[in-house]
Design a protein around this ligand. Sequence first.
Ligand SMILES: [Zn+2]
Length: 402
Amino acid sequence: MKHSKMHLHFLKHTFIIIALFFSCASIAQDARFIVVLDAGHGGHDPGAMGDIAREKDINLAVVLNLGAMLERNFKDVKVIYTRKTDVYLTLQERADIVNNNHADLFICIHTNASKSSAAYGAETFTLGLAKSKANLDVAMRENSVILLEEDYRTKYKGFDPASVESYIMFEFMQDKYIDKSVEFSSNIQKQFVSYSHRSDRGVRQAGFWVLHRSACPSVLIELGFISNPAEERYLNSENGQTEMASAIYNAFIMYKRNHDKMSGRQNASVSTHDLIVNKADTSKEIVSTKVETTESKNTTILNDVDSYPNKANEANQVPIFKVQLLASSGKLNNKSPKFKGLKNVDYFVEDGLYKYTIGKETAYKEILKVRDKIATKFPQSFVIAFVGDKKMTAKEALMLIK
Ligand SMILES: [Zn+2]
């Protein structure tokens, strides 16, 4: 009797030890950083259509490329795909994959389209209230896939992707992941410029259903415009798809480093990931850049920019570079707390919005220094340029002085 009791006691302990072992093993598994990659559209939903390419195919090619890089180089990252083939998923199904897997980061990849074939450039969205009609248009177009579903009014709780009124909900919504989402978006945009030499349309906000329903830092990338023939060719090419995936991969490295530092998980394995450097658009190799922070990454961008001569243009087309801080529907007092103590803030009016800027430089290198100084306070700020009264992107202005 005594014997069997002891035996039972022993068994009980063994069981507890085994149980502990398994629960630790599952904790160890959960400790991996989980990224969900979402190639927009698919199956009977082609997304935007170009002359030679379909959005769904470009999105998937970039996702598979990016996923392969992450799987190859990050042992502590688990990559989950919403789709790896040409299949259709609803927006809610995509968000469910994010939430059911307790993802740490959600990356949606899309390709833009415009009625005008002149529009080009890459932009990254985080969730928020669209501050311009252009941003709202992108969200409405991407959300419109909801209309392909039967009974979408019940499923999406009365949200009508085609009605402007539906988007007002995003104004009152608190997104606790916004800072992280914006941080990652800024990394992506920097890499699109410095690595892929894309035109920077900036980090933007709009009401995307798929981001709204996902409980983790989330971004939606618009790689470029399928409606612009040159950009369509680039995005449809293997080189273009690899470059765009590499740029996002670099942005991920920077984001993950910061994430590990903040969560105290910085260890030897973290520093082994080096950014891929795009050497003069010809040969690509992984070099040890020892880039530790976003600041040092900016140095790389500056070096790239050095190749643009800052000579004055004879045709009196000297661009003036400025940093756009924020936009507001009403005019702000120059002591407004929204400027976070910045002085000498200037503004211009566009699309019915007051857009506030700081700095005024003819050399792009100089304006980047201004942008770097305020980047922590204004992570969403970006460089714009004016030639006379004409506003343009930094890239467009750089083309003029090239
Ligand atoms: Zn799309």
